[in-house]
Design a protein around this ligand. Structure first.
Ligand code: SF4
Length: 258
């Protein structure tokens, strides 16, 4: 195989219907993710299982898909009437921190989708650029924020954007009138990280919607005695907080169990 072929990342298709909770259609235009989350990352586990990457070192070297825009030109006209929301992304991060090429491609994808009348939902652990406020449609811009503690963020999301920068960028979009949302998932149990959920909720209370979900695939969670009671109590706090502030909310399946 030639050197060029080794680095090619050509896909046959991009947009697909997802089975992920709260998802509709989605696309993942990058293979890998330099954020390298240690919760662990489900996308990394799947990429490794299906031999899309060899190991963690390869996973954190992201590769942008080469033929994004030719594929979108074919797929957007085909799917535009079926898509309620096109989500970026479930298996990578569209605003990968320190990767302007990926961020620019994501902004162009959103713009192109909007031109076809397709509304987008975005979720990142990077910095959302303020020019997203000028997109043709009213999209939904979100960040993952499971902590305000920068040391814990560095431990669990080593390549992602600093938490305060991430929140401030989203807040700037909110101030520009954009619909914003927060994913507090995967939320850690106190044996992994002890923290104050109310403080986190207060900091992100400008958002229009909050999604809360437990941590999965981590043995430390089930090792924590009373972990289900802990998650039930957290979910109740999120619900009470959101109802009081008139913030929309969603508690992920399996987080609150009676
Ligand atoms: S940002 Fe998302 S896709 Fe990237 S490593 Fe973290 S969990 Fe995985």
């Amino acid at each position: 195989m030639s050197e060029k072929k080794v680095h090619e990342n050509i896909r046959k298709s991009l947009i697909y219907k997802t089975a992920v909770e709260y998802g509709d259609y989605t696309l993942n235009h990058v293979t890998g993710c330099s954020h390298g989350c240690k919760y662990p990352c489900y996308a990394y586990m799947m990429a490794k299982r299906f031999k899309k990457v060899e190991d963690y070192e390869e996973w954190i070297q992201p590769k942008l898909v080469d033929n994004i825009f030719p594929l979108l030109s074919k797929e957007l006209p085909r799917y535009k009437d079926k898509i309620k929301t096109l989500h970026l992304c479930f298996s990578t991060d569209p605003y990968m921190y320190g990767h302007p090429d990926i961020c620019n491609a994501s902004t162009q994808i959103i713009e192109k989708a909007n031109v076809f009348g397709v509304h987008c939902s975005v979720l990142t652990k990077g910095i959302l650029p303020v020019e997203l406020a000028k997109m043709p449609l009213k999209n939904e811009y979100g960040i993952t924020a499971v902590t305000l503690d920068e040391d814990f963020r560095k431990e669990m999301e080593p390549g992602a954007a600093p938490m305060e920068d991430r929140i401030s960028a989203l807040e700037a979009l909110s101030k520009q009138g954009c619909y914003t949302w927060i994913s507090i998932e995967p939320y850690p149990t106190p044996n992994i990280h002890e923290q104050n959920l109310e403080q986190l909720l207060e900091r992100v209370s400008f958002a229009n919607r909050i999604i809360f979900g437990r941590l999965h695939y981590n043995k430390q969670v089930t090792a924590y005695k009373g972990y289900q009671d802990f998650y039930n109590a957290c979910a109740k706090k999120v619900i009470a907080f959101c109802e009081e502030r008139k913030i929309a909310y969603h508690i992920k399946k399996g987080t609150f169990v009676e």
